[in-house]
Design a protein. Structure first.
Length: 257
């Protein structure tokens, strides 16, 4: 298939987890893909994993620095001539409640989960508008933006902000034919989630099986499934949809037994 044939796609936080899955799926659908991450070795590893013939570039970026976030878009445009699609996938999920979150932790969450997407979107939309061409953006948000667990206070705040930003910018740029949507992903099986469970929840090697057994579908969200959905939203096959923040999970907010 070629849902993204001849499209230039930038994926922030693309070296691991959901971001890496999106990079692979986009490349598999014919896109030219740029992706960001902090660690050079992780970027090189993913470049080696991409299918032969894929056109891709790793842009080492620390998204905590807003100028580097902006520059990642500019480097994509400089290298490939334009940007057609943007995915804001980078996310910080370190724990903190209302009472124990420090100013430093709060600022870290806002920097990665809200400020970086704001400025990558700003730079990407500026390129699209300057060329008078349509484009698509997908923000990876979280089910936690509906409220979240008590230990996700700064994370929930930042992701709720990103959901609002998604709707605001979609409305602002609908006449530019720039479609902007968000995906509220639920509990997802990634290497990052494994590390978080072990660091903050004293999990052992059996935690994943135990977690899956308690979920309605018998499994956590899978990276490849999310990636396929994001590619669909980036592509013309998703039609005129814009300003939607879609719950991608097996729980239904507001419903209860």
């Amino acid at each position: 298939m070629s849902l993204l044939l001849d499209k230039v796609v930038l994926v922030s936080g693309g070296t691991q987890g959901v971001g890496a899955g999106i990079v692979k799926a986009a490349a598999g659908e014919g896109a030219t893909v740029a992706f960001t991450g902090r660690r050079l070795e992780a970027g090189d590893k993913l470049m080696a994993e991409l299918a032969a013939g894929a056109t891709a570039a790793f842009i080492q970026t620390d998204l905590a620095d807003p100028q580097q976030a902006i520059d990642s878009v500019r480097q994509t445009v400089d290298r490939f001539g334009r940007i057609d699609c943007l995915v804001n996938s980078a996310g910080l999920t370190t724990r903190g409640s209302l009472l124990d979150t420090s100013v430093e932790l709060f600022e870290q969450h806002m920097a990665i989960n809200l400020r970086a997407p704001f400025f990558t979107m700003q730079a990407a939309v500026a390129d699209m508008v300057s060329r008078g061409e349509p484009g698509t953006i997908v923000n990876i948000i979280s089910m936690a933006q509906h409220g979240g667990q008590p230990y996700l206070s700064p994370y929930a705040a930042a992701k709720a902000g990103l959901a609002g930003l998604t709707r605001n910018t979609a409305f602002a740029h609908r006449w530019d034919r720039i479609r902007i949507n968000g995906v509220n992903i639920g509990w997802t099986q990634t290497e990052g989630e494994d590390a978080i469970q072990r660091q903050f929840h004293d999990a052992d090697d059996s935690w994943l099986d135990a977690a899956n057994s308690k979920l309605p579908m018998g499994k956590m969200g899978q990276v490849d499934e999310i990636a396929d959905f994001v590619v669909f939203l980036l592509s013309d096959r998703s039609g005129v949809v814009t300003g939607s923040v879609i719950d991608w999970d097996q729980y239904v907010p507001g419903a209860h037994d």
